[in-house]
Design a protein around this ligand. Structure first.
Ligand SMILES: [Zn+2]
Length: 342
């Protein structure tokens, strides 16, 4: 229920703006929703699809989607045939949007939508488009059929080809204010004990929910990571082999979660390095974290390495090698200096 389009918070000014543009018939045919992970960009794209296709009386839908007509309900359920969401290619082992998907999409949108006033194509995450896929779509993004509009979704627009960026209208999403997020979590989780999550999730409702729902897995993975970076090569290789065993569909989500956790740990070490009063993501293991070497310059190298792994995972199949090289570096930069100091 928490992921429903009706249950949307933050960035009201963006919804107001989209409403104005829609009411005056001035919506751009290709929008780019950019902003932090988990801030609600995808939900806003679906909200917009509802708004454009709402079947309520004009005086009602000019205030926003009604949420109860056939069209609004089908979009909410993900069952509206004319609202097309393009994500990672399920036929590919890497996380990409392929040229094959792009070509299929181009062919499909030549046909007039079956029920919708306007077909809405949501490409999420747009940065996963392979160069060939992006190039194949360029002309369509510039001049789609009049019955179709596009919403591209990405965390950082810089990751898109300049030729794509120049064809879109950019809409920038901001983090949700802390107080709004706290009351939203309390409402949705039926608890007022959301602790420091609104602060730590940095204004991203999706991220806050993930943290609350995966708390146990978070802690287990984090503890394993803190343990394994204290070990040498052979133990690390063994650990990675077991972590990445089985099918990629199984270990890849865990690896992505691990990367998120490592990012939050690195951020905590930066907070500790600067003696900042900010709360830690991993307050419960503060005593353990201070025992690692946390030099800001070295931490920034690890941040860069993590971002590189995220990018590489879109291209390379071999997650084990990527993880092994990171763990070796983490061992060298976070653990060894403390041993040498003893
Ligand atoms: Zn409606």
């Amino acid at each position: 229920m928490v992921f429903m389009v009706n249950n949307i918070i933050g960035n009201k000014d963006i919804r107001d703006r989209l409403l104005r543009l829609s009411n005056s018939g001035q919506l751009h045919h290709c929008l780019l929703f950019e902003g932090p992970i988990g801030v609600g960009k995808h939900l806003h794209a679906l909200w917009l699809a509802k708004l454009i296709n709402c079947l309520a009386e004009p005086h009602i839908r000019s205030q926003g989607p009604c949420g109860s007509c056939w069209s609004c309900r089908m979009i909410e359920k993900g069952d509206h045939g004319d609202i097309v969401v393009v994500g990672y290619d399920p036929e590919k082992i890497t996380r990409v949007i392929s040229v094959k998907q792009a070509r299929t999409l181009i062919a499909n949108i030549q046909v007039h939508p079956a029920r919708a006033r306007k077909r809405v194509v949501v490409i999420d995450p747009a940065e996963a488009m392979r160069i060939e896929a992006a190039n194949a779509l360029l002309k369509t993004l510039e001049e789609p059929p009049s019955s179709t509009m596009f919403v591209l979704i990405c965390d950082f627009a810089d990751q898109l080809l300049p030729t794509i960026r120049s064809r879109v209208q950019r809409i920038r999403f901001r983090p949700v204010p802390r107080e709004d997020l706290a009351s939203w979590i309390a409402q949705n989780q039926n608890t007022s004990d959301s602790g420091s999550i609104p602060i730590l999730s940095e204004g991203a409702p999706g991220f806050a929910l993930q943290m609350m729902e995966d708390k146990e897995e978070w802690c287990t993975l984090r503890d394993e990571f803190l343990m394994i970076i204290q070990k040498g090569d052979s133990a690390q290789i063994k650990w990675v082999a077991s972590f990445c065993s089985g099918s990629k569909q199984v270990w890849l989500p865990s690896l992505i979660l691990l990367l998120d956790i490592i990012s939050t740990l690195l951020r905590d070490w930066v907070v500790l390095a600067f003696d900042s009063p900010l709360p830690l993501y991993h307050e419960d293991v503060r005593d353990r974290l201070v025992k690692f070497h946390h030099n800001p310059v070295l931490l920034s190298k690890l941040f860069v390495h993590i971002e590189q792994i995220r990018k590489d995972l879109r291209i390379h199949v071999n997650g084990s090698l990527l993880l092994e090289s990171f763990l070796a570096k983490a061992h060298r930069l976070l653990f060894l200096p403390m041993v040498q100091r003893r």
